[in-house]
Design a binder for this molecule. Structure first.
Ligand SMILES: [Zn+2]
Length: 351
C-alpha cells in the first residue's frame, strides 16, 4: 500500500512525509520481566509512493545485515524518495541476545519463520502477528534478510515460483533487481521453506511480492565484510529503483545472473573441523561435479573423516570457512546449472 499525502501510520504512530522516525511496537512482557518490542525504522520520502519492508534477524543468529541496514538508514535521502522504506533490523531480539536461531521459550512455535501469521500467543507468534499486520501488510514489497551463522557465507536471493497470478514473476524481478549473482527461483509453498514463512505468506496470502536476501557471513574478515555490505546496500538501492522509490543507474548489476531451481547442501554427515578448499573470495564461483570442496577433520585424532565433493556442476552459493561443524551444519552449497537453470543479463534471458 503506497504512502499517502500525509505519510503513513505504524501502530497508531503517524510518520509524515520527508522524515525518518524510529517507531517502537510493544509486543509483550517476557518471563524475566523485560518488555519485548519491535523497533522499526521508517524512512518516508518527500513524495508518496510504494513501500519496501525490510526485515532482518528473524533467526536470532542471522544478524549479518544489521550494519548495512544501518548505513542504508543513514544515507537514504528522504527528499529524493517517492515512497518509503520500513526496516526492522532485529525481528527476534530474544534469540539474537543468545546468538541462537529460535526463541528460547519452550513453546510450540519456536521458529519464527515457520509460524506466519502468528496465530498463537507465544512471544514469537505475537511478534510475527505485529510484523504481519503493522508492517508487511501495508507494504508493496518485502526483503527478508538471513545469514550470518558463524562459519559460512552466502550469496543467494530466494524467490518463490509457485505463487498465484504474476506474483512469482514479480518476486523474481525484485530478486534480480537486487543484483544477486545467484537467484533461486523454486517452489516455496510446495517446497522450502513452506507456506508459513515470511515470503510465501506475504506473496500467497497478502499478495505482496518479495524475496529472501542472503549476502555474506560473519568472520571472513574486514575486506569481505566491506564487499558484502556494499552489495547489500547497492542491492537495496536497486530494488528501490525498480519500485520507482529512488532513481538508480543499475551499475550494481553483475554481468550475468544465474536463475536456478536445484539447490544442493553439501553439508557433512559427521561433526568435525571443516578444512575448506574454497575461500570466501571464491563464493559464487563455478565448481565441477566431483570437485573437492572441503574435508572434515577429527578435532580429536586429526584424521580425515569425510570429503565433501560437488554433486553436480554449478555455482557455490555458500562456502564455509575453517570452523567446527555439526553433522548437517553449514559447509558448502551448490546452485546446480542444469536444464532448469538459465542466465539473465540486464533483466533479459541469455544463453
Ligand atoms: Zn534464516
Amino acid at each position: 500500500m503506497p504512502t499517502s499525502s500525509i505519510g503513513m501510520t505504524i501502530n497508531g504512530t503517524r510518520v509524515g512525509l520527508d522524515s525518518k522516525e524510529i517507531v517502537e511496537i510493544p509486543i509483550t512482557t517476557g518471563l524475566n520481566g523485560t518488555a519485548i518490542k519491535l523497533v522499526v525504522h521508517a524512512i518516508v520520502g518527500a513524495e508518496p509512493g510504494p513501500v519496501l519492508c525490510i526485515i532482518n534477524t528473524i533467526h536470532g543468529g542471522e544478524w549479518y545485515a544489521i550494519e548495512p541496514l544501518r548505513k542504508i538508514r543513514e544515507t537514504l535521502s528522504t527528499s529524493d524518495m517517492a515512497g518509503a522504506v520500513l526496516i526492522v533490523p532485529v525481528v527476534n531480539p530474544a534469540a539474537f541476545a543468545l546468538d541462537i536461531r529460535n526463541v528460547p521459550d519452550q513453546v510450540d512455535s519456536p521458529d519464527m519463520n515457520r509460524i506466519f501469521p502468528g496465530p498463537l500467543t507465544s512471544t514469537g507468534d505475537q511478534i510475527i502477528a505485529a510484523l504481519t499486520n503493522e508492517l508487511i501488510s501495508q507494504s508493496d514489497a518485502l526483503i527478508d534478510f538471513h545469514m550470518g551463522p558463524k562459519g559460512a557465507a552466502f550469496t543467494d536471493a530466494l524467490a518463490g515460483s509457485d505463487f498465484p497470478g504474476d506474483l512469482s514473476a514479480r518476486c523474481l524481478e525484485l530478486a534480480l533487481a537486487f543484483g544477486s549473482p545467484i537467484v533461486r527461483h523454486s517452489p516455496m509453498i510446495g517446497g522450502f521453506p513452506g507456506p508459513k514463512s515470511s515470503k510465501p505468506y506475504a506473496a500467497a496470502v497478502l499478495g505482496i511480492p518479495g524475496f529472501g536476501g542472503e549476502v555474506g557471513g560473519a568472520g571472513f574478515g574486514p575486506k569481505l565484510d566491506q564487499v558484502w555490505h556494499g552489495r547489500t546496500i547497492r542491492g537495496i538501492h536497486g530494488v528501490l529503483g525498480s519500485m520507482g522509490v529512488i532513481d538508480v543507474n543499475n551499475d550494481h548489476l553483475p554481468e550475468k545472473q544465474l536463475v536456478y531451481r536445484s539447490a544442493h547442501r553439501i553439508n557433512p554427515r559427521v561433526g568435525g573441523i571443516l578444512r575448506p578448499e574454497l575461500s570466501g573470495f571464491e563464493m559464487g564461483s563455478e565448481v565441477e561435479k566431483g570437485q573437492l570442496l572441503g574435508t572434515m577433520i577429527s578435532p580429536y585424532t586429526g584424521e580425515t573423516l569425510e570429503e565433501l565433493r560437488a554433486p553436480a556442476n554449478g555455482l557455490a552459493y555458500y562456502v564455509g570457512r575453517e570452523h567446527p561443524v555439526y553433522p548437517g551444519g553449514w559447509a558448502f552449497g551448490l546452485a546446480e546449472i542444469d536444464d532448469d537453470a538459465h542466465w539473465v543479463a540486464n533483466g533479459e534471458a541469455v544463453h
